[in-house]
Design a protein. Structure first.
Length: 95
């Protein structure tokens, strides 16, 4: 019985780890196509998050497909993104 429980826990952990992924993203100005550095990327309903580098790039871990991200930057309209893949290209509209 102890072996069965141990195997079930290991399998459950492996399945959860597999369903989470790492997301690479690039944020850019929709009009000029230039990178937007300093943009904030966070999960919907949460505080904090990541900030894009000066080249507009960011990396997020422990993401699941279907999660919703909020992307915001000074001088741009806020944008909601539903995650569908591992590589996000996010165009922000200037205000």
């Amino acid at each position: 019985m102890k072996i069965f429980i141990g195997l079930a826990l290991c399998l459950g952990t492996a399945i959860c780890a597999h369903s989470q992924q790492q997301i690479h993203g690039f944020i850019f100005n929709d009009l000029t196509k230039e990178p937007v550095g300093g943009a904030t990327i966070r999960f919907a309903g949460e505080k904090g998050g990541q900030v894009s580098d000066t080249g507009g790039n960011f990396l997020l871990n422990r993401i699941r497909r279907g999660d919703t991200l909020i992307v915001s930057a000074l001088g741009y309209q806020r944008k909601k993104i539903s995650i569908a893949g591992n590589d996000l290209q996010i165009a922000l509209q200037p205000l």
